[in-house]
Write a protein of this length. Structure first.
Length: 626
DNA sequence: GAAACCCCTG
DNA sequence: CAGGGGTTTC
């Protein structure tokens, strides 16, 4: 039978919860199931697009990232174009170094060769997507495209080899040079190398063998006969050769140095802040102060609405510690409306991670002054929702705030453990580097800095597309489960661009999700049965909140370490699943051997869109590894 | 009949 | 989580 862990407490809490069923059932506080259902995808993704097929965005010019450095959704990207281009070069070269001798070409060409070999349709698809980012800026396809294999192959390989040597050399120097430097490296440094680097990009980018497909090549220089084209470019190379390497070396040096020093200083800051916060009692103080923000009807000055809320919905507005801890909780969706962020302007200032407090849903409107609290934001919690979705409408409809009354979440203290540092790496992929300048995303900024300090100072990780699945992929898949329970293989392919999919890999990943579902449904059934034995009669009383036991179980399974903020849409789906199981069990349908199938069918329609950032991250899966 | 899913097991 | 057998679906 199912494990009964924690049930005594849960049962007690549940019985408390049952008292609340005396609430007027006609008060309209609990919307019909169908209504709740129809709103599900909204909180986590663009509501307009929620029913669209998962693959819908893939033709977007920026939906696919061919390499570690492109794919930008934000128009502001062009401001950092140079930085990104530099990063691209560095990573590409490092990538080449890390590849085995039998895979001489960088990832893009690898992918291309693979595609061409097995399925032409896919190859075309990728080609189209791949070529788009290349069109940005001055990056012209060079002669090494497909023609390199005919004539320029050896040469290209030789150049690549030179680059590798150069980089090895640089690595040694930089790792040594970066340490003593202060953080005074600023825009000036990057400005100086802009010009040369751009020139280098123009000519140097295309010299990587088969990095660009021939279609693209011909498209941009179609007016030249192939031979001539090649010869001209060859000459171009030779004239550029002497300048190219030193120039590139300088650029590499500069960018690496900047990255390293920045990361180190961030790390120092981060550690310092932690140390400062470490004194015993500090955290509890913080906790207390945050708890104070939760309406208790006493000392905290509260807007008029709050008092009204409290009177109307006493249970739901209780502070966390007073709330039932079981997997089931009374919740009325109307309540959320009364907790709209704008009504707590003062509280907002005091809450580093807005989602943690009652005014939970205003991360995108967080003012820049919140930077003061960056450290708290970093230490105390997961990223506010919306970090991964720049297109989040962030309306103020009740649906998008429904879970706001979940109150404080118990992950604050955990974040303070030093050992958790390594877990935080998973946070990074959801923030593109250019976001670090945006004041509205304080925790992202800090986390990124801190994160880079840890893994990036170490020897360069490999960035190549790899054959198998690694633990990072598993981790990412688990997080994706929060959005989709039934991903199609196409969706998986779209969201794991660094994985070379074959039949085996695909089925393995499908199997992963099957296992995820299995655990998920087992939990649901367990808690639904518990609810029935505890005497719950109204399924709508069963709501999964962030502080419920059920949520903890799920979170522990899919998000061990709390390094990802579970999207609200998952809570909605989980609540519905729980309710469906409850209905079925309490109706005795579980005598039917296939009684779960209708439930599965319902839940399978509740998949949400996965945030684009999951696939368009600049660090595809690197930070998911380990 | 392959693929997908479910269920069980280790 | 992976493997394997059974079942359903297309």
């Amino acid at each position: 039978g199912p494990s009964e862990k924690g049930l005594p407490q849960g049962a007690t809490a549940l019985s408390k919860c049952l008292f609340s069923q005396d609430l007027d059932p006609n008060s309209g506080l609990l919307p019909p199931l169908s209504q709740a259902c129809s709103c599900l995808p909204e909180p986590c993704m663009d509501g307009e697009r929620s029913p669209a097929p998962p693959e819908k965005g893939r033709d977007s010019p920026f939906a696919w990232s061919p390499g570690p450095s492109s794919s930008f959704i934000d128009p502001d990207w062009f401001g950092d174009e140079n930085i990104q281009a530099k990063r691209a070069r560095v990573e590409t070269i490092v990538q080449g170094m890390c590849l085995s001798p039998h895979t001489p070409a960088p990832a893009p060409s690898k992918a291309r060769a693979r595609d061409g070999a097995c399925c032409p349709g896919k190859a075309r698809e990728r080609k189209r997507k791949q070529s788009l980012p290349m069109q940005q800026g001055p990056l012209k396809p060079g002669p090494a495209g497909d023609h390199g294999s005919r004539k320029g192959g050896p040469r290209v390989r030789e150049q690549l080899h030179q680059l590798k040597q150069q980089l090895k050399h640089l690595q040694k120097h930089i790792l040594r040079a970066a340490e003593p430097r202060d953080t005074a490296q600023d825009a000036g440094g990057s400005e100086t190398d802009k010009g040369p680097l751009r020139a280098q990009q123009r000519k140097g980018y295309g010299r990587r063998p088969r990095a660009l497909d021939s279609d693209h090549y011909q498209g941009s220089r179609g007016d030249h006969p192939e031979e001539e084209k090649h010869r001209a470019s060859e000459a171009e190379h030779q004239s550029e050769e002497p300048r190219f390497l030193p120039c590139g070396a300088q650029a590499l040096l500069e960018i690496l140095r900047k990255e390293l020093t920045g990361a180190v200083s961030q790390a120092v800051d981060s550690v310092l802040q932690k140390v400062l916060l470490d004194p015993p009692g500090h955290l509890t103080q913080l906790d207390r102060s945050f708890q104070g923000l939760v309406p208790e009807g006493r000392s905290e000055p509260s807007p008029p609405e709050r008092g009204a809320c409290k009177d109307l919905f006493p249970l739901a507005t209780l502070p966390r510690r007073a709330q039932p801890q079981t997997g089931v909780l009374l919740q009325n969706f109307s309540l959320a409306k009364s907790l709209d962020p704008p009504r707590y302007p003062v509280s907002l200032r005091m809450i580093p991670i807005p989602c943690q407090g009652p005014p939970a849903n205003c991360p995108l409107t967080a003012p820049s002054h919140i930077q003061e609290n960056q450290t708290l934001g970093q230490l105390l919690g997961p990223r506010p929702r919306g970090h991964w979705s720049s297109s989040l409408p962030h309306d103020s409809t009740p649906q998008s705030h429904r879970s706001s009354e979940s109150g404080l979440r118990p992950w604050g203290a955990v974040k303070l453990r030093p050992s958790v540092l390594s877990q935080q790496q998973y946070a990074l992929p959801f923030a593109s580097p250019r976001l670090e300048r945006l004041p509205v995303l304080p925790s992202v900024k800090m986390e990124q800095g801190g994160l880079q300090a840890v893994p990036d100072v170490l020897p360069f990780p490999s960035l190549h597309t790899q054959e198998g699945l690694n633990p990072g992929h598993l981790k990412k898949a688990k997080l994706m489960f929060f959005f989709t329970r039934y991903p199609s293989s196409n969706l998986l392919k779209a969201y794991f661009p660094d994985v070379q999919f074959n039949r085996c890999i695909t089925s393995q990943m499908i199997k992963w999700f099957s296992n995820f579902r299995e655990f998920y449904y087992i939990q649901m059934e367990k808690f639904a049965r518990q609810a029935t034995t505890d005497g719950v009669t109204n399924p709508k009383m069963l709501v999964v909140l962030r502080d419920s036991e059920l949520f903890r179980a799920l979170n522990m399974h899919y998000n061990k370490g709390n390094d990802f903020e579970v999207p609200d849409c998952f809570l909605e789906v989980a609540s519905l699943t729980l309710q469906e199981f409850f209905r079925a069990v309490s109706a005795g349908k579980d005598s039917d051997p296939s009684w779960k199938k209708p439930i599965y069918k319902i839940i399978s329609k509740l998949d949400s869109d996965i945030p684009e950032i999951f696939k368009s991250s600049n660090y595809p899966q690197e930070l998911f590894r380990n």
